[in-house]
Design a protein around this ligand. Structure first.
Ligand code: 4AD
Ligand code: MG
Length: 443
């Protein structure tokens, strides 16, 4: 018999041949003489038919979900519409279950077939098992393709991948969310963003990107905040703010195109998010000041329950209401200096606002934050003073402004948020393998 190690390798070529496969019992249905098993191996699913006398053996009569099994038999075609994955089934004539392969029983409770009233915390403690469920595994498979697509699209654009450090001594996005630790007796942090390091690569490598973990001590429970998340960041040299927006649009749409070109992944997305459609280009552009006006007109209050006014942060709830109503990607631009990070370039005409952008998506809100960067040394020094940041630790960042500075900009995209949007997931906790957030650091 030929060995068909992974169902996904299968295609039609195996029909009519004898194969040997390994998998886990995803579903089983026992009838009088016949047992139907759906096997799962991470690449696909395979329906197996076990007739008597095999169906009368002790191992088959006591078979539980999640048990690992080896089966041999003939692969047969099944007419379309019979609910057999890939329209085929295996007529099993031999099987083997080693004693250690057996699942303990009660597995329904640990995959995605758990009952609706199971405690959320219990589910999260069981993440290592709920990962086996249909939804969780689909999301993780989509994630794999999306991450690969980012790499492919950046390569198409000749943007080089680098790997900045995770342990740092400088902050990027404000002191409040820093994770501090002791680094051989010196204070250090887990990085909030690799941006500053990416900027230092421009002179030698041209445009660069990275896909690294970023860390934020977010002391609240929300649908979209993790303490550790995957940050797709890029930095582009000699560009204008408009170039930045166009690049961002291109990357996001191209990543979606590449992702959907993979048939398996497209099928998972279709199942998770049946209403998904490619965003229209160009994305809607909206200035911060117009967004405030829009929020006032739509009676959406700020965090204090008051009507929005210029200078307010647009908080998560308001932002999401806005994106849900507008229902398409939005580039929100030109935020005021005082609510944005120290490194952001000011607008040429209006020095109270920045050349900044947040990309907002329906259902999630902000998934990208980016800006042009201050590239003048004096202006940067003033920004450090304004934000009360001690510039000494930043000598390597300020040096960039001494030795051949350039107009440049970049952005960071939260991979989990991008996936929450693409896969229609309620929270970013479901779009990463083992979520880390306020007070959760296990499993
Ligand atoms: O808007 P942020 O804070 O921007 C930066 O860190 C820039 N230095 C990036 C850059 O220009 N290179 O974060 C960027 C994105 C957000 O839009 C969001 O998608 C994601 O990172 N993000 C988080 N995702 C999950 N959990 C958190 N706690 C996040 N904080 C930010
Ligand atoms: Mg942001």
């Amino acid at each position: 018999s030929i060995q068909l190690r992974k169902f996904g390798d299968s295609s039609d070529t195996n029909r009519g041949t004898r194969v040997r496969v390994f998998g886990r019992v995803h579903r089983e249905r026992k009838q009088k003489d016949i047992i139907f098993i759906t096997l799962r191996d991470g690449y696909g699913q395979l329906q197996c038919i076990i007739n008597a006398p095999l169906s009368k053996t002790y191992d088959m009569l006591t078979l539980t979900r999640e048990t690992s099994i080896e089966v041999l038999g003939e692969m047969c075609e099944v007419p379309k519409g019979n609910n057999a994955p890939d329209d085929r089934e295996l007529q099993v004539d031999f099987f083997k279950i080693e004693p250690e392969w057996k699942a303990a029983g009660g597995e329904d409770a640990i995959t995605n077939r758990v009952s609706a009233d199971t405690e959320h915390a219990t589910l999260l403690n069981l993440r290592h098992l709920t990962l086996r469920g249909d939804t969780a595994s689909s999301v993780m498979l989509v994630r794999d393709t999306v991450e690969f697509a980012f790499n492919q699209v950046y390569r198409e654009l000749k943007i080089r991948k680098v790997s900045p450090p995770a342990m740092v001594q400088t902050q990027v996005e404000g002191g409040a969310t820093l994770f501090k630790f002791d680094y051989y007796g010196e204070p250090a942090f887990l990085t909030q963003s690799s941006q500053l390091y990416l900027e230092t690569c421009l002179p030698s490598m041209g445009d660069v990107y990275c896909i690294e973990k970023s860390f934020r001590a977010e002391k609240s429970l929300t649908r979209r905040h993790l303490s550790e998340y995957t940050h797709v960041e890029a930095e582009l040299d000699f560009i204008t703010f408009d170039d930045l927006l166009e690049h961002l649009e291109h990357v996001m749409c191209r990543v979606l195109e590449v992702t959907l070109a993979d048939a398996d992944t497209a099928a998972h997305i279709k199942k998770l998010n049946p209403d998904f459609k490619m965003p229209e280009r160009p994305f809607m552009r909206m200035r911060y000041s117009d967004a405030i006006q829009w929020l006032i007109e739509h009676d959406i209050p700020n965090e204090d329950g008051e009507p929005h006014k210029i200078g307010d942060d647009i908080a998560e709830a308001a932002e999401r209401k806005m994106t849900d109503i507008i229902n398409r990607p939005i580039f929100l631009t030109h935020f005021p200096v005082e609510i944005k990070a120290f490194y952001m370039m000011k607008d040429k005409e209006d020095k109270t606002i920045t050349e900044s952008v947040d990309c907002l998506m329906p259902g999630v809100g902000e998934i990208v934050g980016g800006s042009m960067r201050i590239y003048d040394l004096k202006e940067l020094s003033e920004a450090f003073i304004r934000e009360e940041i001690d510039p000494t630790e930043y000598y390597w960042y300020t040096d960039q402004r001494k030795y051949g500075s350039s107009p440049h900009g970049g952005y960071g995209l939260g991979l989990e948020r991008f996936l929450a949007w693409l896969c229609n997931q309620h929270t970013v906790r479901d779009t990463c393998l083992y979520p880390r957030y306020f007070k959760r650091c296990k499993p």
